[in-house]
Design a protein around this ligand. Sequence first.
Ligand code: GAR
Length: 211
Amino acid sequence: RRRTAILISGRGSNMAALLAAAADPAYPAEIALVLANKPAAGGLARAAEAGIPTAVVESRAFGRDRAGFEMAMEAELAKHGVELIALAGFMRVLTEGFVGRWAGRMINIHPSLLPAFPGVDTHARALAAGVRFHGCTVHLVTPGVDEGPIIAQAAIPVLADDTEDSLGARVLEQEHALYPAALALVAGGRVRVEGDRAVIERPAPPSGVAL
Ligand code: GAR
């Protein structure tokens, strides 16, 4: 099982969905660490309750020293033997150096159908744009914010009477199903990058079997 860190800044509902999936010993990732950049992140208590090691590297304490903040995170990741990173509501932009070191081994969940609506306030922007479908995306992290190769998406219709909250709640429900499925693909070695795209490999059939 690939040792995975979940990085959070807040309530950690996606983190909880990943912890629940990884509680199954057959799941290809094990959660080795939950790391928050804010001591008040609600997800920390939830992870600790589940018996998962937690750490806080407070981004505020580093001010503008982003490299210093990231080196402190690297120390925690190394201490826990982390091989993969899943960003789950982690609201700090990472430097090219950090992203480069974790290339192909770090994924993010974003609450829109990328490449539409990168950045913040995605549900309000989707409503304002009048799109008929909205959803969420899991992608590999590259230096451009919300730009990396797409691994998986879930789409839902936008309803005529949707508000930012009602739409966001339905997208979040999809996120909780999508993220564990996408992490399983990455941890299972099923994701290959071809140029700007991610391609999902089918598992090889048992020998002697043609599908
Ligand atoms: C989720 O909706 C996630 O997609 C979003 O923050 C929320 C975190 O909720 N992430 C981003 O906007 C990243 N750019 P959670 O803490 O309950 O998982």
